[in-house]
Write a protein that binds this ligand. Structure first.
Ligand code: CA
Length: 212
């Protein structure tokens, strides 16, 4: 079970969320404002934050941005806002999940456990990856192709590692922009295309011709 911080200004909802998650076995603290929640997040280092967007002092999206500047703590947005811009904006700003009010304690608990599982599996990331003749040293950020080291730019390495971790999977341009470039998705496609070509060119420069 986890230590969860709930940032929620509604005096009726906050105690219900606290009690619900406690009954699911979590240790729960709470704050009624964005700034109090930020302070508590920094002071107590919770395992996960449940964050409302409509807060009286600072909007939840700003709280999320300020929190992301100092912490990688998983954040679940819990908001009545169900529109796409709010949802997409929050996820692109670093939220790990988004649940629309009203929801039950069991649903929130399931989200908490799912996010924490994802975080935990991410922390267990392997230090090396091998895909065909390609060997990536993730810790040392070095790449070998059929035993020959390939020089890549930092971005090219991040892109190659992202793809190598997902062999056989379809990876969308949106995923690449958000996960590799760490930028909000705005329908742009050109950066990933350029870097994919760069990776291919770097590999080709160091790969003997296989033409027969
Ligand atoms: Ca609110």
């Amino acid at each position: 079970m986890a230590e969860v911080l709930i940032i929620e200004d509604d005096d009726r909802i906050r105690p219900l969320l606290v009690r619900g998650l406690r009954e699911c076995g979590h240790t729960v603290t709470s704050a009624p404002t964005g700034m109090a929640g930020l302070q508590l997040a920094v002071d107590s280092s919770p395992d996960l934050v449940v964050l409302d967007l409509g807060l009286p002092d600072v909007d939840g999206t700003q709280v999320l941005s300020m929190l992301r500047a100092v912490s990688a703590v998983p954040v679940i947005i819990a908001s009545a806002r169900a529109d796409d811009p709010s949802l997409v904006g929050a996820l692109d700003s670093g939220a790990d999940d988004y649940v629309v009010k009203p929801f039950t304690s069991a649903q929130l608990d399931a989200r908490v456990r799912a996010v924490l599982r994802r975080v935990q599996s991410g922390r267990q990331r392997p230090t090396t990856l091998t895909v065909g003749g390609l060997a990536l040293d993730l810790a040392g950020r070095r790449v070998h192709l059929d035993g020959t080291e390939v020089e890549l730019t930092p971005r090219e390495f991040d892109l190659l590692a992202h793809l190598a971790e997902r062999p056989g999977e379809v990876v969308t341009k949106r995923d690449l922009l958000v996960e590799v470039w760490r930028q909000p998705w705005a329908g742009r496609t050109r950066p990933s295309t350029c870097t994919c070509r760069g990776c291919a060119a770097s590999s080709a420069r160091r790969q003997p011709s296989r033409a027969t």
